[in-house]
Structures are given as structure tokens and as C-alpha cells.
Design a protein around this ligand. Structure first.
Ligand code: 5CA
Length: 439
């Protein structure tokens, strides 16, 4: 993308309404714009990040054996009347009436709808287990939407739903999803800690929140630093495979042995047993939440399958959410400095920015064009006629992992300056060397 014609409306001033770093930076770097309270339009730079997060979430869900579907945002009220949640959900639910006076709603979550799809089609225990997921916009009429996309009213969620014949199967699905989550967050450069949680309006009796530390988090959290040392991605010794039940058991054991709790579940007696240098505490942001609730929905909505003995049984369910749009803000909370965003490579909107310090200089222009072509669309080319200082500031603000700075003196000698955003480290290299380092 060429910056001279890109729709990336950066702001010099800090917007008044933004109270936290991620909200400020998302507005200043031109990622999003608010269109109503808690509702945002995603502009090209923000959308590219959102898509990258979606891609990682999707790869890990697929890798764990979940199947992608796409359910609508608008749901019929009848389904929610069946489960009993139509009244319970209260004012958070946006209720809509269509031209035939039918009660509809903008989905805040999809337990009812997925249970309906399941009961229409799955008839035998032989078809189990099933894990279905989608990545779809939700609406919750939050009392206090705030902090930009972190607590929006409309937000993008990945929600998965598991169906198993019995409790043991449901527990295996729960553990599989938990492992997929730890892998997902690690790939985004986040240290997310699973913490036992309350189940709230989703219901059930087993639940974990996935929390990352950030000063602006909404709850106080406590955990053992042991979590920070675990590598969920390595397949070798110590790695976990979601296909082996013994690995899943070992994984779950590890996730539940080390201490981790939010304020509500904090146990000072257990916390006192964690040695001082391993204690981590601070504010936490919830980026995911998983629930096991057994037959809550299959019973209330009459979903059954024929069991091995021919008798009808209600499958056991769990649901598994990731705040996809919230993650954009959460990653920024975890990774920024005074100058701007610092994107992890895996979700950055572009691999690199190319800064042409002298537009019109034949050597600079030629070199930049050559580099830009080599990225095949995965670089942002700053081809504006602005001063160098403005280009540096915008590149830092937008947070590209790499900056390739092309000035007239260097270009004449066939050299560029390569800057790593995270460390500030700069080296003078040939364009070929810059490309190979960026990879
Ligand atoms: N049905 C279950 C799991 S699929 C569910 O809805 N869980 S949830 O309510 O915990 O939401 C899942 C995730 O969505 C949360 O962990 C959070 O990361 C994100 N989320 C929830 N509410 C909001 C909101 N108002 N704005 C942005 N993200 C949100």
C-alpha cells in the first residue's frame, strides 16, 4: 500500500475521549473510528490486524479439530424463549421487531442457535464429538462501553461449541480448546494465563478466563510465574498434542496446579505458598473465556442423540469464546511505547514500512519501488512528500515491526537503514540483506 493514497487518517493530537493507551493509539494511528457509542468502523490498517488475529484463531481452531460455520447475527427470539434466557439476558440484549411483528434479536452469543442446528441434524452418538465455531459480530448493549474496542457494544468474537456423549468426552473437548487457546495467544506474542472463573449468564460449573496483564485491565489478578515459562507451540519434549488424551491430561494438570486467580476467586492461603520471586500480580484483561455447562441447553431445548444402547441421551456441551476485536486493543496494551504501537510480527498490518526520505531522487525512488515490489503488497510504502521527521514519527506510531529507511546518500551507495521497531536497533545494509533479515 502506498501511503500517499492510503486511507490511514493519523492524528497528531491525542483524542480527548480516549482514556487508555490502546484506544488513543488506535485512533491516532488511524485503525478505527467510532460511529456510535461502543461501535467502530475498521479502517484499512486496523482491519488488516483484525484479519491477522482471525487467521491465527482460525488456524488453531481448525488444528484442534473444530469446524468453521457462520451463523447469522440476527436471531429469532423463540430459540431464547426455549432456553429461558430471553428474559434473563435483560437490557444487554438488543431486541428487534421485524415487519411481521416477529421478535428478533442481535445475537450476544450463540448457544441456542448452535444447539438448534445440532438437534436438527445429529441423531446418533456415532457422530460425536463435534466442535463447531464461527467468527461473527456480536452485540451487547453494555451499560458502560469504554476503552474503545476493549469493551464495545458491537464486537467480533470467535465462539466455539462442543457436543459430546458424556462428561469424560466433554472434559476432553474443554481441555483441547484450552490448549488451542494457549497456542493462539502465544502466537500473538501474549502471555495469557488461564484462571478459574464464574460462569455468569452462560451458566455451567467449570469455567476459565484467559487473562493478560496490563495496567488498564478491569480486574486484579494473581498468578505464579511458572506460567510464563511454558512453551505451548513446541511439538518436541514437553510439548502437548491435542490428539493424545495423556498429553491433554498432563496439560490440564499443569494449567490447574500453578496458582492463578482473579480477585473474586483469590485464595490468600494458597497465594502465601507461592515463593515471593514467582508472584505476579496486577490488572488483567480478559481475552478469552471457556465454559463447560453439560446438558443445560440440550435439556432445555430437547436436543438428543441415540446412545450406544439405543436410548436417547442429551449431549454434554461447552462453549469457548475469544474476543477477536478486543485482542487488537489488548495486544497494543501489552506492546507499545511513548512513540506508538509495537506490533508482534505475527499480526502486524504490514511486515515493514519503506520510508523514502527524498521523493524525486532517482536512486531513492528506484530503490524504494524495487523493495516495495519485493514485498508483494505486504509493505507500506511512505511515498509522501513530507519531511523525514514526520515519516519517522508516523512509522513509529503505526508500529510496523521493521522500517526500511531509504535516503539519497545511502541509495547512491546501494545501502538502506533497517530499523527494528521493538528494540530501536538500526543497521546499514544492502536492500537484499534487509529483505533477507525481514524474511
Ligand atoms: N458464549 C460464551 C463463550 S463462546 C461467551 O459469550 N463468553 S464471553 O461472554 O465471556 O465472551 C467471550 C469473549 O468475548 C470475552 O472473553 C471477551 O474477550 C470478549 N468480549 C465480551 N464482551 C465484550 C465486549 N463488550 N467488547 C469486546 N469484547 C468482548
Amino acid at each position: 500500500m502506498r501511503l500517499s493514497h492510503a486511507f490511514i487518517p493519523t492524528l497528531k493530537e491525542t483524542p480527548n475521549e480516549a482514556q487508555i493507551a490502546s484506544h488513543r493509539l488506535m485512533l491516532r494511528a488511524g485503525l478505527v473510528r467510532q460511529t456510535s457509542a461502543g461501535i467502530y468502523a475498521w479502517l484499512p490498517l486496523g482491519l488488516r490486524v483484525l484479519r491477522n488475529i482471525e487467521r491465527i484463531v482460525r488456524e488453531e481452531q481448525d488444528g484442534a479439530g473444530a469446524q468453521e460455520i457462520l451463523m447469522p447475527t440476527i436471531q429469532p427470539a423463540e430459540l431464547w424463549k426455549e432456553s429461558g434466557r430471553y428474559e434473563d439476558y435483560g437490557k444487554e440484549m438488543l431486541r428487534i421487531r421485524d415487519r411481521h411483528e416477529r421478535d428478533m434479536l442481535y445475537g450476544p452469543t450463540n448457544e441456542e442457535m448452535v444447539t438448534d442446528l445440532f438437534r436438527q441434524s445429529v441423531k446418533s452418538y456415532r457422530e460425536l464429538p463435534q466442535i463447531l465455531y464461527h467468527i461473527q459480530w456480536k452485540f451487547r448493549d453494555e451499560v458502560r462501553p469504554r476503552f474503545g474496542v476493549m469493551r464495545g457494544r458491537e464486537f467480533l468474537m470467535k465462539d466455539a461449541y462442543s457436543f459430546d456423549l458424556d462428561h469424560a468426552g466433554a472434559v476432553a473437548s474443554y481441555r483441547k480448546m484450552m490448549l488451542a487457546y494457549m497456542r493462539t495467544f502465544q502466537r500473538m506474542g501474549l502471555k495469557a494465563i488461564p484462571m478459574e472463573a464464574d460462569t455468569g449468564p452462560i451458566g455451567g460449573d467449570l469455567s476459565h478466563e484467559f487473562i493478560i496483564l496490563a495496567p488498564t485491565g478491569e480486574s486484579q489478578v494473581y498468578y505464579d510465574a511458572a506460567f510464563e515459562e511454558i512453551d505451548y507451540l513446541s511439538a518436541g519434549a514437553g510439548g502437548f498434542s491435542h490428539e493424545k488424551p495423556e498429553d491433554l491430561a498432563r496439560f490440564f494438570q499443569e494449567m490447574t496446579t500453578h496458582y492463578a486467580a482473579t480477585d473474586e476467586k483469590h485464595d490468600t492461603a494458597r497465594w502465601d505458598q507461592v515463593t515471593a520471586e514467582r508472584k505476579r500480580e496486577g490488572r488483567g484483561i480478559e481475552v478469552g473465556h471457556i465454559f463447560y455447562f453439560g446438558t443445560k441447553y440440550t435439556k432445555s431445548m430437547g436436543a438428543t442423540v441415540a446412545g450406544p444402547d439405543g436410548k436417547q441421551v442429551h449431549p454434554e456441551m461447552g462453549s469457548y469464546g475469544i474476543g477477536v476485536s478486543r485482542l487488537v486493543g489488548a495486544v497494543i496494551e501489552a506492546s507499545h511505547d511513548d512513540a506508538g504501537i509495537i506490533w508482534p510480527d505475527s499480526i502486524a498490518p504490514f511486515k515493514a514500512a519503506i520510508l523514502n526520505l527524498k521523493i524525486g531522487d532517482a536512486a531513492c525512488d528506484a530503490l524504494c519501488e524495487q523493495l516495495y515490489a519485493a514485498f508483494g503488497g505486504n509493505a507500506l510504502y511512505d511515498d509522501r512528500t513530507d519531511r523525514a521527521g514526520a515519516k519517522f514519527a508516523d512509522a513509529d506510531l503505526m508500529g510496523h515491526p521493521w522500517q526500511i529507511v531509504v535516503g539519497p546518500r545511502g541509495a547512491a551507495a546501494g545501502k538502506v537503514e533497517l530499523k527494528r521497531r521493538a528494540t530501536g536497533e538500526r543497521v546499514e545494509v544492502t536492500p537484499a540483506e534487509a529483505l533477507s533479515r525481514i524474511g
